[in-house]
Design a protein around this ligand. Sequence first.
Ligand code: CAA
Length: 399
Amino acid sequence: MIDFELTDDHKTVADLARDVANKYLRPKIQELDRAYKADPEFIEHLKEADLLGVCIPEKYGGMGMDYISLGLVCEEMEYVDTSARVVFSVHVGLNSITMLTWGNEEQKQKYLVPQAKGEKIGTFGLTEPGAGSDAVGILTTARKDGDKYILNGEKMWISLSDVADHFLIFAWTDTAKQKQRDHSGLSCFIVERGFDGVTTGSIEGKLGVRAGKTGWIALQDVEVPAANLLGREGEGFKIAMVCLDGGRYTVAAGSTGLIRACMDASKEYALTRKTFTEEIANHQLVKEMFAEMVYGYEAGRLLWLKAGWLKNKGVRNTRETSLAKWFCTDQAEKAAYNAVQIHGAYGFSDEYPVERFFRNSKGAAIYEGTREIHKLMQADYLLGFRKDKKLRNMPPAVG
Ligand code: CAA
């Protein structure tokens, strides 16, 4: 029997997320965005509300809620601004869930527990200046030297690179396999900001998500203890893909928040703004844009909820998550485009939020798997070129 009802716990956590975002981010967001500034206090408020460990088990310092709860938090965050949702994508979706899945007990106690409590922030470093979609094209290396690895390389387009305390860094441990583009030469490491040779910086002049930090991480002869290898040597590519199953889910869920924000802002405007003697909401071509937003929101929400339901059951969901990410980000872009159109000239100005929504909607169709990567994945699943195998480690089932 399929149950479409959210539980009381789901409603409570969504209410909490909405309250935090409305109270602490909404009043400031327009100014922060105009000034390209992130508000470090906002992460503190997320920590106080215990949201930074929303779906991490209580025994590891989290709230112990399910993956649907994580999706609902992302939807509420992105309803206010994409920068708020991005915190959950990298800290929870890409990093903490991965640590929970692949970390040994010592790593979980040392890194996951403070992350779930919000005392430390985590992010994810796969992408490089010359490799985004082509994950095996990365150049970062990790050379084994006794009981440590020496990391060298550069990571780019990393959300919270200037803020995070812990990074999951992907690097080649087998350079012969690197030459053959054999992904089983890649490994994953937990790197601390404080390790010698780690430097980070911000990328300026971004089109969107201006109230969020995006940047680079440089690794120069960074000595990483062998104890910080996550999973086994050679499992890095699979770990990265499991990370992305978590991250893409948060992006999908967040995008439905952006669509809802576009619908609400546009509705308010269209019911008051008059042209040709009546409110523009009465014009059929305007109605068409609203209808498309409803279509994107309702269908997108079902897609990410299904992926979340599979995650709760501990079932492989790469295909469903990829579809949800593609559809929801696509529809968010369309909704934001239509929201600006509905607002007419006012939509072209930052006096109204839809201009920010429009700029913010673009990045999500690029990061964590471009629209084109997801199209290829979906076609390959259908054609039988791609199959999801059983994995050594999966994020644990909940509920
Ligand atoms: N979970 C676990 N294992 C997986 C997996 C998953 N989701 N997907 C693939 N694998 C496994 C496969 O089973 C396969 O295993 P075997 O070799 O044992 O058979 C192996 O990984 C290779 O899989 P594929 O053949 O599917 O790999 P591919 O070379 O065809 O790559 C790809 C597919 C879809 C293009 C992949 O490279 C991809 O998703 N690229 C996009 C990467 C991406 O999203 N980058 C953005 C990162 S965002 C960022 O870094 C910024 C930030 O701030 C967060």
